[in-house]
Design a protein around this ligand. Structure first.
Ligand SMILES: [Zn+2]
Length: 422
């Protein structure tokens, strides 16, 4: 058989040594540690570079991405002001404009080797269904180049924002996949609980997974994460619920934090750390020592909870940077969560690949004969090298087709001191 693509001498993530991968008809035809002799239309020699089965971006906001190009500056640097600035902009949103901004960031995602992505989309009476329609349109443009899940995100609350619940049900009918939440943004703990109950009610109606923004605050009195775990078990939704941000967990006293982490494990809730935005926004009003707002990643992992990490914001009112590059977010997480030892660095690579796939419930996210041929060859030999340099991806293969390639940069020096002799 003639292969479409043969990738030689690749260090496959999660396995020892080098192997050759044969690809035909969009699927892996061979995975061989001893070399493949089949002919191929295209042969790529990875020369020992490392490859993953695509990156997974589990938490991004494509409807707000790049909005900073025309938004006022967030002068307080807080989450509250970031949300309030958007109100005026949202009144003038159009479906096409949202789709165009989202598409620019999705193109970046492809270049960076993201094969699966989950984006939240604001659902509230100000923007109505336009943001959701914009992201559905952007998703259509990309076809099967990237798998996109859209989450209905009631950022302005549900109980305190009349009309939002009906809009959430409406966008689910339009094609949104996952039910979101923002339970801390309610007037009382009772309303926060009601918010979560409504989310489960919508999820049951549409047989959908849930992915909430939970306690995105330094306030240790924020306790909606425990309620989410409790209601996950009560509704039998174990494994189908994800909690993002969870900054307050980083401010809890140890005994209560351990109690909540235990409940999350029982409820099999997936957790998403968002180091970029949380480092930027949380602890703003603290004097020193300042809280940094990144959830308890090591403690959650040690308890056996599935933890992934995501970009969250790209050039918006919350965060002025972001390239939608999982290597950049992984690099930030290593610092924010002090994951520096070899085994910890390997875990962080899992967080932007396998753990994200588990949260998004992607079936068969691995390189195996017969499986869909998604492969990203990094310009690095291991996870540490990939995080350290964050170089452009060497090759991105999606469903058996080569969709992006970066040649090593050619740089010429005309006058440089000689390296010291060794
Ligand atoms: Zn978010």
């Amino acid at each position: 058989m003639t292969l479409d693509i043969l990738v030689k001498n690749v260090a496959l993530w999660g396995t020892e040594g080098l192997c050759d991968l044969g690809i035909a008809n969009g699927r892996f035809a061979s995975v061989n540690p001893n070399g493949v002799s089949s002919a191929a239309v295209l042969t790529l020699d990875a020369e020992g570079r490392m490859a993953v089965p695509g990156f997974v971006e589990p938490h991004i906001h494509l409807d707000k991405a790049l909005i900073s190009e025309r938004a006022p500056v967030n002068r307080s640097g807080t989450l509250t002001e970031a949300i309030e600035i958007l109100w005026e902009l949202k009144r003038n949103y159009t479906v096409d404009e949202i789709a165009d901004r989202a598409a620019r960031v999705l193109a970046q995602a492809l270049e960076n080797g993201i094969s699966r992505l989950r984006t939240h989309v604001d659902v509230d009476p100000i923007g109505g269904t336009r943001p959701a329609e914009g992201l559905i349109r952007a998703r259509e443009r990309f076809g099967d180049l990237i798998d996109i899940q859209i989450v209905a995100f009631p950022q302005e609350g549900i109980v305190k924002s009349p009309g939002t619940e009906a809009l959430m049900r409406e966008v689910m009918k339009l094609g949104v996949d996952v039910v979101g939440g923002m339970p801390f943004n309610e007037a009382s703990p009772q309303d926060s609980r009601r918010h979560i109950e409504i989310v489960f009610d919508i999820a049951r109606q549409f047989d959908a997974d849930i992915d909430m923004h939970v306690d995105e605050t330094d306030d240790p009195a924020a306790r909606t994460l425990e309620v989410l775990a409790e209601l996950t078990i009560a509704n039998g939704w174990q494994g189908r619920v994800t909690a993002g941000h969870t900054c307050a967990l980083a401010s809890y006293p140890r005994d209560y934090a351990d109690h909540v982490i235990g409940r999350l494990r029982q409820a099999n809730v997936n957790m998403i750390a968002n180091p970029a935005t949380n480092l930027m926004l949380q602890g703003r009003l603290d004097d020193y020592p300042k809280r940094r707002g990144v959830t308890q990643v090591k403690e959650l992992l040690a308890a056996g909870v599935n933890v992934a990490c995501g970009q969250d914001c790209v050039h918006d009112t919350f965060y002025p940077f972001g390239q939608n590059d999982p290597l950049e977010i992984a690099f930030l997480l290593c610092h924010a969560s002090q994951m520096s030892q070899p085994a910890e660095i390997l875990t962080v690579m899992d967080m932007v690949t396998n753990n994200g796939a588990k949260a998004l419930r992607v079936p068969d996210f691995r390189v195996a004969v017969g499986g869909v041929a998604d492969l990203v060859v990094l310009d690095a030999r291991d996870a540490r090298g990939a995080f350290a340099t964050r170089l452009p991806r060497r090759w991105v293969i999606r469903k058996g087709r080569l969709i992006a390639e970066t040649q090593s940069e050619t740089r010429r020096y005309f006058e440089m001191p000689a390296a010291a002799a060794t």
